[in-house]
Write a protein that binds this ligand. Structure first.
Ligand SMILES: Nc1ncnc2c1ncn2[C@@H]1O[C@H](COP(=O)(O)OP(=O)(O)OP(=O)(O)O)[C@@H](O)[C@H]1O
Ligand SMILES: [Mg+2]
Length: 322
């Protein structure tokens, strides 16, 4: 049984199509990241899973039950995107309030609250009023609140929003820790570098459609691009390799490395054979990787107004020499 499963999930708000048929699965113990530009539909998907808004069509299952089912809701911790906790509460009293809502008995709350606040690094301020907290402290409190009742599934909408770099690292470590304890984490984030460090799988939503999905490894592997380097003093046979049907490009700012692109369905083998037949020695061979940001930029590029082409980075189709 998947922890989260959606099938052809659709949501319209009046004339706005926020989700246009999204199918995804999250398995137990995974950290799963949902990425997308502003307005892509990330929060909408989470709200449907939690039963905060209704779906228009399709299916959404949480721990095997239809999204929004009350008995399942208790097994889920949730950090909302724009939480505004009442400022008159202290960190402690807020946790106590949420804990009672989740049905955590008083004795257990008294034990768990300091522990959870310690985990997110704000135990020292737990008796101060929330209105005296910084943004990052409020965010940490929100995360602690989501962990309070030891949920199987933790859904975090922009968990590191407003948190400083050191704090983000702590939150990442905390997520890794929760994963090791068997919790499943589903998160939305704009911070691609961070998602790359922490998520097992990611999905990229674009204007309500799921356009990429897979493990970080699958998504960041540039299919069929190799960087090759020959022994110092040897000349790369660019023309011969190009004639074989493999586009070649000299890489600037490297120790004479060349980038070879594989046409569909071909391996690097014929290139290696040609080099060896010519008595050349390959001292460097690396299959190229993209960062998640590269993948994201290439995927969403030009999709909506507001995407500045200048921000485009990363692997482009490689032409013959430059
Ligand atoms: N209550 C609502 N009424 C009308 N339209 C809505 C409502 N909530 C969301 N939308 C619209 O649905 C689309 C998806 O919004 P959503 O909040 O899911 O995006 P998001 O991916 O979470 O964006 P962000 O990164 O900015 O948080 C947007 O076009 C938004 O304007
Ligand atoms: Mg959102």
């Amino acid at each position: 049984m998947s922890v989260i499963e959606t099938r052809d999930l659709r949501k319209t708000y009046g004339r706005i199509e926020a989700l246009k048929g999204v199918s995804l699965r999250v398995e137990k113990g995974q950290i799963y990241g949902l990425l997308g530009q502003n307005g892509a539909g990330k929060t909408t998907l989470i709200k449907i899973l939690l039963g905060i808004v209704g779906k228009t069509e399709g299916e959404a299952l949480l721990l095997g039950a239809p999204a929004g089912a009350v008995e399942v809701r208790r097994k889920v911790g949730y950090l909302p995107e724009d939480h505004a906790f009442p400022g008159y509460h202290t960190g402690y009293s807020l946790m106590d309030f949420y804990g009672s809502l989740y049905g955590v008995p008083a004795a257990e709350r008294a034990k768990k609250i300091p522990e959870a606040l310690e985990l997110v690094g704000i135990a020292g301020r737990m008796h101060s009023k929330i209105k005296t907290y910084s943004k990052g402290m409020k965010q940490r409190l929100g995360i602690a609140q989501a962990l309070m009742h030891d949920p199987d599934l933790i859904i975090l909408d922009e968990p590191t929003d407003g948190v400083d770099p050191m704090g983000r690292k702590e939150i990442r470590d905390l997520m890794a820790d929760l994963k090791n304890k068997g919790h499943t984490i589903f998160l939305n984030s704009h911070l691609l570098g961070e998602v790359e460090l922490i998520c097992d799988r990611v999905a990229i939503l674009q204007q309500g459609k799921l356009v990429r999905e897979g493990t970080i490894d699958e998504l960041t592997k540039t299919k069929g691009t190799y960087t090759l380097g020959l022994l110092a003093g040897q000349t790369f046979p660019t023309d011969a390799v190009t004639a074989l049907g493999f586009p070649v490009r000299a890489l600037p700012d490297t120790a004479g490395h060349f980038e070879v692109t594989l046409p569909d369905g071909k391996t690097i083998e014929p290139v290696m054979k040609l080099l060896s037949e010519r008595g050349l020695t390959v001292v460097h061979i690396v299959e190229k990787k993209q960062s998640l940001e590269d993948v994201f930029m290439t995927t969403v590029e030009g999709a909506e107004p507001g995407v500045d082409r200048k921000r485009r980075r990363g692997a482009r189709p490689v032409g013959g020499g430059e």
